[in-house]
Design a protein around this ligand. Structure first.
Ligand code: AHG
Ligand code: MN
Ligand code: MN
Length: 283
């Protein structure tokens, strides 16, 4: 596992340097969920693939930017599912973006998620790692010597002040629209950049609030991808004392995974907001 976490640190440094100087244009391809791939998405995916291919304990890689699972070592135990560059369409406006990693043991299902991490390429390079279940995630920051220094353990408060909801509002359900309004009526402030890494990082570090990416009339299963976006963040939020739901079940960590690029509606927050959301959604 340490080898994998060291590789995550190395690729985060390499991707952060690549983002600073590489071409911002589109590649010729679309990924499995139909997004036009940017050259930066492809480069970030290549950086991660090259680094992880050196590690004998990794069985396979599952990437947002690869249609199929990439088998590396048939008898090894870890499968890594990752989003190489989350929020990539915001690099041209110089917003913070990130990479997300879920480390699964033997099978791609929530019960087999053993660790999760994400990096944030913002004014500073930060990394949040949750090394195992029932352990608080930890924040690291790259220092002047190019080493990740441990900053602190992350714990969410019971309740926050921030409200971030994605997707096109005209496609929201009445339930979602009135719930989001009720939080604003209660004094919550709007925060939404369009990169889930940056938005979820802000809520986690400020101690609480709600991030939603609901089902909409045109995307009934939401947009965010279960294996490499939703489950790693659910693992980190719940281990930080927060809560999650898909609007139907008690936790995002009870989702049934049926395919690699499956998406789901998802909600992450501190306990108070998720409890309120669950009663609004009748969970
Ligand atoms: P990616 O750049 O990996 O495709 O992910 C973008 C995702 C996510 O980061 C963000 O929360 C969401 O797309 C934003 O979508 P909307 O603009 O529909 O809210
Ligand atoms: Mn993403
Ligand atoms: Mn991405």
């Amino acid at each position: 596992m340490n080898e994998i976490l060291d590789a995550i640190k190395n690729v985060s440094i390499k991707i952060s340097q690549t983002i600073k100087y590489a071409d911002l244009g589109y590649s010729q391809n679309q990924n499995a969920t139909g997004d036009n791939q940017l050259k930066l998405d492809v480069l970030s995916d290549e950086i991660i693939t090259t680094e992880f291919s050196k590690i004998a304990s990794i069985k396979a890689l599952v990437s947002e930017e690869k249609d199929e699972v990439l088998m590396l070592n048939e008898n090894a135990k870890f499968i890594i599912a990752y989003d190489p560059l989350d929020g990539s369409s915001l690099v041209d406006v110089n917003f913070a973006v990130g990479s997300i990693f879920g480390i699964y043991e033997n099978e791609l299902k929530p019960e087999c998620l053993v660790a999760a991490a994400y990096s944030v390429y913002g004014p500073r390079l930060e990394l949040v790692i949750c090394e195992e279940n029932n352990q608080a995630p930890c924040l690291y920051r790259l220092d002047m010597g190019d080493k990740f220094a441990k900053i602190k353990e992350l714990k969410m408060a019971e309740k926050g002040k921030l409200n971030a909801s994605g997707a096109t509002q005209k496609g929201w359900s009445k339930t979602h629209a009135s719930f989001i309004k009720s939080l604003f009526d209660e004094g919550y402030r709007l925060r939404y950049s369009g990169a889930m890494v940056a938005d979820l990082h802000q809520i986690l570090l400020k101690g609480g609030g709600l991030f939603s990416y609901p089902a909409t009339s045109d995307c009934v299963n939401g947009k965010l991808r279960v294996l490499f976006e939703v489950l790693p963040f659910a693992f980190i939020y719940e281990n930080a004392g927060g809560a999650t739901t898909d609007g139907v079940s008690n936790s995002l960590l009870s989702i049934k995974v049926e395919k690699t690029h499956q998406t789901t509606p998802c909600f992450f927050g501190s306990r108070y907001e998720i409890d309120r959301l669950k009663s609004a959604y009748n969970v």
